[in-house]
Write a protein that binds this ligand. Structure first.
Ligand code: PXP
Length: 239
């Protein structure tokens, strides 16, 4: 059975737009699990642009939610993550100026550093994943790094599908990487830019065991939820 992880960072984005407490990411984490998601993903960015330290601590503390914490290789962030002990860790590249995580990690450049970070989390029995581009070279390097999982960056295929361009080459790359990772006993996840269509396409790859989806779920939930909220307000103002 494939699992769904829901990234709730953008609940915090909406909350932060007002600097108040609504909508609360902690409450969102509980709701997301209650509604059937298998885990919750949060990204504690160096600039804290959405999830903040208090959110991360609170969400990781509850036993009711399996938490996948995305982190960069920054020393302070790694130390913090080891302290708040999420269930899972996903190491991602982070560039302050980017709007979102634009690609996978550079495994060659960061091999030594990644090895030491992975060992630290393994010692604490925290499942660790690397956010990578779909290349055979990166799957082989992930094996050398002895990581538990890889999350394949699906931004490229998502863009191709959205632009109605040919995506079979990229799909084939993702499939071949997933097969090799599975052969190496590395669990395969997929995430970034996914919507209903791209998730359906990728769910045909049986080696992918987990999808981590954020922006589309939060955006789509607005439209699915609007009618209920508007009806509630209409009934309130009716008196
Ligand atoms: N997986 C990882 C590792 C991410 O960094 C992100 C956010 O960039 C996602 C999944 C979710 O991406 P999106 O919000 O586009 O669904």
């Amino acid at each position: 059975m494939k699992r769904l992880g829901v990234n709730i960072d953008h609940i915090a984005t909406v909350r932060n737009a007002r600097g108040e407490n609504h909508p609360d990411p902690y409450y969102a984490a509980l709701q997301v699990i209650k509604m059937g998601a298998d885990s919750v993903t949060i990204h504690l960015r160096e600039d804290r642009r959405h999830i903040n330290d208090l959110d991360a601590k609170k969400i990781c503390k509850t036993k009711k939610v399996l938490v996948n914490l995305e982190i960069s290789m920054n020393d302070k962030i790694v130390k913090n993550a080891l302290k708040i002990k999420p269930n899972y860790i996903c190491i991602v590249p982070e560039n302050r100026k980017e709007v979102t995580t634009e690609g996978g990690l550079n495994l060659i450049k960061n091999k030594k550093r990644l090895k030491s970070i992975i060992e630290k989390f393994k010692k604490k029995k925290i499942r660790t994943s690397l956010f990578i581009n779909p290349t055979i070279k990166d799957i082989k390097l992930s094996k050398e790094l002895n990581v538990d999982c890889v999350e394949i960056h699906t931004g490229k295929i998502s863009n191709l599908v959205k632009l109605k361009k040919k995506y079979s080459g990229e799909l084939d790359r993702i499939r071949r990487c997933s097969i090799l990772a599975k052969k190496f006993d590395i669990e395969v996840h997929a995430g970034h830019g996914l919507d209903y269509i791209t998730t359906k396409i990728l769910s045909k790859i049986k080696e992918i065991e987990e999808f981590n989806i954020g922006h589309f779920i939060i955006g789509e939930s607005i439209f699915i939820g609007l009618s209920k909220v508007i009806k509630k307000f209409k009934s309130i103002i009716k008196g």
